[in-house]
Design a protein around this ligand. Structure first.
Ligand SMILES: NC(=O)c1ccc[n+]([C@@H]2O[C@H](COP(=O)([O-])OP(=O)(O)OC[C@H]3O[C@@H](n4cnc5c(N)ncnc54)[C@H](OP(=O)(O)O)[C@@H]3O)[C@@H](O)[C@H]2O)c1
Length: 211
């Protein structure tokens, strides 16, 4: 069993978001770096993966294990998808993808978004107000969706995890996990590397090379 949370989540989220063999998983935004990794982790766990991405990413997501890829720029996603999912990972996290993900889950399913509001609220109001405000938003949504759709809602965050990295190394060595690297910068050009990502000059992963 592979768990997205090996990558991103705190321990408690890890317990609720487990994905298992033959479960149906929807990755919203599979064309991005995180989405592409999530497709591969889910496929390696034996899940049946559907994803949304732009037209230029369709072949890439199919090549790494997605069974169905829907072009969010030209297709009606709800019409294109048949049936419901056990888990949704939303890497985009805008109201439209949240609505879509929640509606496409079966009862008891898990919706996970990378766009939890804890960091943005803490940035805006400071930790003392921002974190309690974020907790209130999260609890409200969890309660609301449990009541209206019978699903579990959570925010996922990156965290260092030796066990997770080890699993990723094992999958990479087995050829089941490929992360396309778009550009490599020497460590002395760390500013340029950050700018390349922030200004969206480089679409894929950027690597800093240490001598
Ligand atoms: N919570 C955390 O700890 C955590 C950790 C890492 C990243 N993040 C966040 O997660 C997000 C994704 O990161 P990333 O590194 O994967 O970004 P990325 O490589 O820049 O990918 C973003 C991709 O989103 C796709 N996209 C945009 N709008 C879409 C839509 N409506 N439907 C489907 N796909 C859409 C585009 O795919 P196409 O090219 O196919 O059009 C784009 O390539 C970022 O906002 C990042 O800040 C959060």
């Amino acid at each position: 069993m592979v768990n997205w949370s090996l990558y991103y989540l705190s321990r408690n989220l890890e317990q609720i978001s487990r994905i298992e063999i033959r479960q149906r998983v929807l990755v919203l935004g599979g064309g991005g770096a995180v989405g592409l990794a999530a497709i591969q982790l889910s496929a390696a766990a034996g899940c049946i993966v559907t994803t949304t991405c732009g037209s230029q990413s369709i072949q890439r997501v199919l090549d790494v294990g997605a069974e169905q890829a829907i072009d969010y720029t030209t297709e009606d996603i709800e019409l294109a998808i048949k049936g419901q999912f056990d888990a949704v990972l939303d890497t985009i996290g805008i109201p439209e993808t949240e609505r879509l993900g929640i509606n496409l889950l079966k009862r008891g399913g898990h919706y996970m978004t990378l766009q939890g509001e804890a960091a943005s609220l803490a940035d805006r109001y400071g930790l003392a107000i921002g974190l309690p405000a974020a907790t209130a938003v999260l609890l409200k949504k969890q309660f609301q969706y449990r009541y209206s759709h019978g699903i579990e809602y959570c925010w996922t965050y990156m965290r260092a995890d030796a066990e997770g990295l080890d699993e990723i190394r094992r999958l990479a060595e087995a050829g089941k996990m490929k992360i396309p690297v778009e550009k490599t910068f020497p460590i002395t050009q760390v500013r340029e590397a950050h700018e390349a990502k922030e200004k969206r000059l480089v679409p894929g992963k950027v690597v800093l090379e240490v001598d």
